[in-house]
Design a protein around this ligand. Structure first.
Ligand code: ATP
Ligand code: LTN
Length: 336
């Protein structure tokens, strides 16, 4: 008899579009690590999403493996969670096709990430970039996830996922769990260091805008020292002070102190002293992760075993949901 209450399921993913930034870490990954003990979790390397902008194949392959290693290095436990490559589970593409037929162009036209990326890659506005949110909905719905821990920038994609799921359920009866976004209180939106009016992003060409989790201590100190601030001399969180506010958010997220506590701590000190303290706190937090990655790099078989097992476990769950959806829309069952 089933006596234990079923644990809620968590699903999240990240694109292998470069090294994980402090934004990815504080906005998403760090929350994944905290949630892994209390939920059934799946974490995916979204390599199918990554090709919506042009990638170099060899580099994409390497970055995908690197991302998986970084997942492990920050503390995701492959015994507790399913960690896998999106492209290893064909059900993502298959469900995505079905959901495409239940998503309106009007809805996709409103997606701000599409508008941003289309502007940035004006020479390659492909259909995949446009239907990116539908593939993301398929990712989440395939696993009947209850909660999706992401940074603030993904809120709109979660909304459309919910709308698609509800539309499908209304038409055909309960098929998908309608997921909720899980967005942390601190670090949900880390801004670019030199342009604090836009988010820190893995694929940013200006490397001084981002701190990656594999940056050396000296690089981190340097980038923070060069971060844009303002002409005042007061460490205070305020909309008209985006640079200082961003550094305060970073400090608060890596140390666990509140913004108010941090403001108090740096009352009356200059920006130089403040920046040194932020840099040191970031270095202290990232240093163990860097060491762990270099250990994992030496262990090919261990990583391969995780990749193989992750794909098998994920496919088992995904195939059940896909079959259910196929049946609902009227596809005949396979004759076995
Ligand atoms: P790209 O530059 O290729 O678009 P990205 O850095 O925006 O990549 P994603 O792979 O799209 O990162 O996102 C991975 C996770 O990190 C998502 O949950 C996203 O919300 C979160 N995230 C991305 N950037 C930030 C940020 N600046 N602050 C907080 N969270 C972020
Ligand atoms: N679009 C996401 C990455 C992503 C994702 C997902 C996140 C792809 N599939 C499913 C959560 C759930 C991004 O962060 N840019």
């Amino acid at each position: 008899m089933e006596t234990q209450e079923k644990r809620k399921r968590i699903y999240s993913a990240m694109q292998p579009s470069g090294l994980i930034t402090l934004g990815n870490y504080l906005g998403a990954l760090n929350n994944w690590v905290k949630l892994q003990d209390d939920y059934d979790c799946l974490f995916c390397v979204a390599n199918m999403h990554a090709i919506t902008v042009r990638q170099d194949p060899a580099k994409l392959r390497k970055q995908s493996r690197d991302l998986l290693m970084q997942f492990l290095a920050v503390g995701l436990d492959p015994q507790k969670n399913i960690i896998y490559y999106q492209s290893h589970v064909p059900q993502h593409a298959e469900l995505s096709w079905i959901l495409n037929c239940y998503t309106y162009m009007g809805e996709l036209n409103r997606m701000t990430q599409f508008k941003d990326k289309a502007a940035k890659h004006a020479d390659n506005i492909n259909a995949g970039l446009y239907t990116y949110p539908v593939l993301m909905a398929a990712d989440i719905l395939l696993y009947q996830a209850d909660l999706v821990p992401v940074g603030e920038d993904q809120r709109q994609h979660l909304e459309i996922t919910r709308d698609i799921a509800e539309r499908f359920n209304n038409l055909y009866g309960e098929t998908f769990v309608v997921p909720d976004a899980y967005i942390g209180k601190v670090g949900a939106r880390i801004m670019a260091l030199q342009e604090p009016d836009r988010k820190m992003s893995k694929s940013d060409e200006n490397k001084n805008n981002t701190i990656t989790i594999l940056d050396e201590p000296a690089q981190i100190m340097n980038k923070i020292k060069r971060a844009m601030t303002d002409s005042e001399n007061e460490v205070r969180f305020a909309p008209e002070k985006p640079g200082i506010s961003n550094l305060l958010s970073i400090y608060s997220a890596v140390t666990g102190k509140t913004i108010a506590e941090a403001e108090k701590e740096f009352a009356g000190v200059g920006y130089g002293t403040f920046k040194t303290a932020v840099g040191e706190a970031v270095v202290a937090r990232l240093e163990p992760i860097r060491t762990k990655v270099s250990d994992l790099e030496k262990n090919k078989d261990y990583l391969d075993a995780i990749i193989k097992e992750g794909a098998q476990k994920a496919e088992r769950i995904a195939s059940r949901t896909l079959e259910k959806a196929q049946k609902k829309v009227g596809f005949p069952p396979k004759i076995r």
